[in-house]
Ligand binder design. Structure first.
Ligand SMILES: [Zn+2]
Length: 243
């Protein structure tokens, strides 16, 4: 660590001792109202492209999940928030995003029976220290007072970069990548599972998870994400960001 980053880190530590972390907007970083449960300042809350409709609704027959519940359209704002959550080590942001996910679930008529997260492979987990999808699933479930089953899904095989892969290739890359942990199979029978991820672009990762959940007895799988791209066919044509 150089002297420069030492002072920046020390400065940050001193600041966070005086000010709690939640006084900064999770999107633009400006000082905001600490009472804001979403962690967003008024300006960002207004600018975010809120989009509650299932963006995959015209291609749902291609997926194993039954519905998609997004909060915003995936774009520069959502990317900024997700980058902070994923790469900035700002796991506290999961509480704010979890709040927005919980509010999204409350727009639905039917509540899921339990929450599960799209898992990371061990190698990725070691690098980052946490799986953002797990933090989000846990935070959202806690707010809704619904059960969250940690470790329900496991990523048993690393998939590598799927950035340039088309839908068919992604599907075959993801085959046998996920498994339901044998100790939790019994709790899935006939249940509606709320599968949580940070973003959905092509839906192929969530689809692979939904397949194993259903094979293990889940009756229904709904995908809850913060950001979703406006349409997977479009993403497929233009190349997708890493899901
Ligand atoms: Zn802001």
């Amino acid at each position: 660590m150089g002297w420069n980053s030492f002072w920046i880190d020390s400065g940050k530590a001193a600041l966070s001792a005086v000010f709690p972390e939640n006084i900064y907007c999770i999107c633009c970083g400006d000082v905001t109202d600490p009472e804001s449960k979403s962690g967003l300042c008024a300006r960002c809350a207004e600018k975010l492209p809120w989009a509650f409709e299932n963006p995959f609704r015209s291609y749902m027959d291609e997926f194993a999940f039954d519905d998609v519940w997004p909060c915003v359209r995936y774009g520069s704002y959502a990317r900024k928030i997700m980058n902070g959550l994923k790469n900035g080590g700002q796991s506290y942001m999961a509480e704010n995003v979890g709040q927005m996910l919980a509010e999204r679930v409350q727009l639905e008529w039917e509540m899921p029976d339990l929450f599960a997260a799209v898992p990371s492979h061990r190698s990725k987990l070691q690098k980052r220290g946490y799986n953002q999808a797990e933090l989000l699933a846990e935070a959202a479930a806690k707010r809704l007072k619904l059960p969250y089953q940690k470790g329900l899904l496991e990523k048993v095989r690393a998939t590598g970069s799927m950035r340039m892969a088309d839908g068919q290739t992604r599907r075959s890359m993801l085959e046998d990548s996920f498994a339901v942990s044998s100790q939790y199979r019994s709790i899935l029978q006939g249940k509606t599972v709320c599968l949580v991820d940070d973003v959905a672009t092509t839906g192929s990762t969530a689809d692979a998870c939904a397949r194993v959940l259903k094979a293990a007895g889940a009756a229904k799988v709904v995908l809850l994400v913060f950001g979703a791209s406006s349409g997977y066919k479009k993403v497929e044509e233009n190349g997708a960001p890493e899901a």
